[in-house]
Design a protein around this ligand. Structure first.
Ligand code: ZN
Length: 204
């Protein structure tokens, strides 16, 4: 494409490096920014640079944080006896948006995948064991909930964590796997349906 300005071309090239954004969309965004007040563009670029340079990882759970502890670990109202183990921050956000969980998290930062050369030592596993074995004053972890994807990697990671934490005697559970809400039974694949029968729930 022949751009009327090298500066626009530079901007388009940078914007189109973002995932899911092609050159055409990047050009549309660049021209949109050009029409907006200069101040708005400056706030956008400041927000991006600040996010990139000032965010850090929570020293306790490895979630993204602005300070030493993330908002969840710093919140004294959270139940400190339960830790939900997830792969990354997106999982924390997904579970938080359900409003059903009041405990703390532990972000592994990946999943065990021999094919991709990712082993237990590449993940935040030792710090999870420390949280259970050597609880800080305010913590006394009683339950670990594994919220990992139902894939081979997820199952391998769950198996490893169970083995690693077994000696601590902490109660361990995994999120239920079953038929989606609003879904028809006949359209569920047999593995999902089979799992949902195995992990059936009794009526109170
Ligand atoms: Zn945290």
């Amino acid at each position: 494409m022949n751009y009327p300005s090298r500066l626009i071309e530079d901007a388009v090239n940078e914007i189109s490096r973002l995932p899911g954004i092609g050159k055409k969309t990047a050009l549309r965004l660049a021209l949109h920014l050009l029409k907006r007040e200069e101040e708005q563009t400056r706030s956008l670029s400041d927000a991006i640079v600040n996010m990139r340079t000032k965010t850090t990882y929570c020293v306790k759970c490895h979630n993204i944080a602005d300070e030493m502890y993330c908002n969840i670990c710093a919140n004294t109202k959270r139940d400190r006896t339960t830790i939900c183990v997830v792969v990354d921050t997106r999982d924390v956000l997904a579970i938080e948006s359900t409003n059903q969980y009041k405990g703390l998290y532990h972000v592994l930062g990946g999943i065990i995948s021999p094919l991709e050369g990712i082993g237990p030592s590449d993940l935040n596993i030792d710090s999870l064991v420390d949280r259970v074995e050597k609880p800080a004053e305010e913590e006394g972890v009683q339950e670990i909930i594994l919220a990992l994807s139902p894939t081979m990697e997820g199952d391998t990671t769950a198996f490893y964590l169970q083995k690693k934490l077994k000696s601590t005697g902490v109660k361990m559970s995994t999120i239920a796997r079953g038929v989606p809400i609003g879904g028809d039974l006949e359209y569920a694949d047999e593995i999902t349906l089979g799992r949902s029968i195995i992990s059936r729930v009794a009526y109170d």
